[in-house]
Write a protein that binds this ligand. Structure first.
Ligand SMILES: [Ca+2]
Ligand SMILES: [Ca+2]
Ligand SMILES: [Ca+2]
Length: 302
């Protein structure tokens, strides 16, 4: 059973409208200053966690594989692994997600089970702990064309957040256990060549969470996590080829319960496939197995 029924984004349209009105009012004053970078609401109140704080934390547990989808009407559904490498029946979670541009789940206590989700809706970043209302963490997030949590990249227990801007710069926001974020670090350039970025755990069996990225030629690259929040990604390794036939792929953790992080991919006609992780960087995945159909109903998968 998913633990999250009643996860709704009600009232978001009015929130977006208010933001637009506010922006229009601000633009009429000579003192208006445009935000020059996205921000988290409490970044100025909380100092960044120290490197030593991160270094003393242990590795994350393997993520439990739960997958979610948001359909074109804004309804969210959750799928739990069925124990045989696929997913059980979907469970309705909530509504009101039709304006959400990015959404990604987070595990804040490193027990392998998600505790909430970050989403970007109307240019604002929210964190929604399961069973509670979402909290705004600040505006200006419309400058990012990809916002995803690939697990714990900074070394502390909570999952962290990656964001890519239109110039291809990649930023890491390390998170606190309540979902709030420390100021961003620029951790990469040239990431505009990738049309998909995902991750949710360790792929090369070194105990550190990793990132996957696909280029326009269909090459899949594994960026091994270092656990160092200032330089969280090591030199990339080619993890696979021929991935351009898959419009969408996402990692939700270990779906087939062998202790190794996997990837789930959707093809152009809505077929769903499991790519079981090997535990080594190259090749990172075993031959795929078809585990579903009709998945084109989802606008977002995470
Ligand atoms: Ca957790
Ligand atoms: Ca790793
Ligand atoms: Ca697995």
């Amino acid at each position: 059973m998913a633990k999250t029924s009643g996860l709704n984004r009600t009232g978001i349209l009015s929130r977006v409208t208010v933001a637009a009105i506010t922006a229009a009012l601000v633009s009429t004053t000579s003192a208006a200053v445009a935000a020059d970078q996205p921000r988290s609401a409490d970044a100025t109140k909380q100092s960044a966690p120290s490197a030593s704080t991160f270094a003393t934390q242990g590795a994350s547990a393997v993520a439990d594989g739960e997958l979610r989808g948001v359909d074109r009407d804004g309804f969210m559904y959750a799928y739990l692994p069925n124990g045989t490498g696929g997913f059980g029946p979907r469970e309705y979670v909530g509504s009101g997600w039709e304006y959400t541009a990015h959404i990604t789940m987070a595990d804040m206590d490193a027990d392998g089970h998600t505790d909430g989700a970050w989403d970007v809706t109307g240019g604002t970043l929210y964190y929604t702990p399961w069973g509670e209302d979402g909290v705004s963490l600040g505006g200006g997030w419309g400058v990012y064309n990809k916002v995803v949590s690939a697990g714990n990249l900074g070394g502390a227990a909570p999952s962290d957040l990656l964001a890519r801007d239109g110039a291809g710069n990649l930023y890491l926001y390390t998170a606190y256990s309540n979902g709030k974020l420390a100021p961003r670090y620029k951790v990469g350039t040239g990431w505009g060549v990738f049309n998909q970025i995902t991750g949710k755990g360790d792929l090369n069996n070194d105990g550190k969470d990793d990132v996957l990225a696909r280029d326009n030629s269909g090459n899949l690259w594994l960026y091994p996590g270092t656990g160092n929040y200032q330089k969280p990604l090591g030199p990339r390794v080619k993890a696979g080829t021929g991935w351009n036939s898959l419009p969408t792929f996402v990692s939700s953790g270990d779906v087939d319960f062998d202790g190794v992080t996997d990837v789930v991919a959707r093809d152009s006609v809505g077929g769903l496939y499991l790519y079981p992780g090997t535990g080594v960087a190259s090749p990172a995945f075993k031959p795929r197995k078809k585990i579903g159909s009709g998945w084109n109903t989802y606008r977002l998968m995470f």
